[in-house]
Design a protein around this ligand. Sequence first.
Ligand code: URA
Length: 286
Amino acid sequence: MSDWTDIIDDVSAHVTLLKELGVRTVELPPGFFAAWDKAGAQPRPPTVPAPMPPPHAPPKAVAPVAVQPLPPMSAQELAPEARREALDKIAERVKVCTGCPLHAAGRTNVVPGQGNAESPDVMFIGEAPGEEEDRQGLAFVGAAGQFLTKMIAAMGYTREQVFIANICKCRPPRNRTPDAAEMQNCLPFLREQISVIRPKAIVLLGSTAIKGILNNQTGVTRMQGVWTVYEGIPVMPTYHPSYVIRFENAGDAVGMRKVKLEVWNALKLVLARLGRPVPQTGKKSE
Ligand code: URA
């Protein structure tokens, strides 16, 4: 290993340790950038972040979905019937959506999402349907869904008491991650669903859900376990169930325990925010 790679490894280990200790920023000494420039290092990073693309901008390559205006936030007061009807109407439009290439990528069923639409305590948002979800037309009913069910049970809920949905409503081929255009085309449906359902808290499962709802590029490792907000609704990002399962499948018991604990801690923060006790039997989704 060269001197340089040793240094890079050391810096990386140190930054990882800082992160684990909860440090989120580092202070640079005065003159740092002058020294950097003098050393002939790569162009310094911009001190002003590059402008983010405007939120919800439709991608150029794909025709945008026809979107209904968002129902007003007073949807909180919508009668149960009206909520159901509004969600059914969204699902009807999802069913005939041809707004992105996924509609022609072999979908069997669209997967609008399902569960309690009457301001449930929690709405879980994942990435996109997998094979089993595509077959049944229901969100999180495959292997990842089984783990999600355990997470929900550990919190003291049933699947019927929460709402479960995805960023994309159609299955991407071979379960690949949906691309930016596919996400942007599908997101209006989810946003409408959220404004009808008005959950008391949202749990984002994995990077795609974070990117989609929060429109930011920060990875799940940094966001997980940290409260944020969407349209006035408290949002807790955490790892995707598939990520946890991957450790299990790789036989990495230590990694699995660590990541499960992180997920469980995030879920406990949600319970605390909702004023709900941690169920006695609520273990870390073993
Ligand atoms: N993964 C997801 O993100 N959503 C599902 O519905 C199933 C697997």
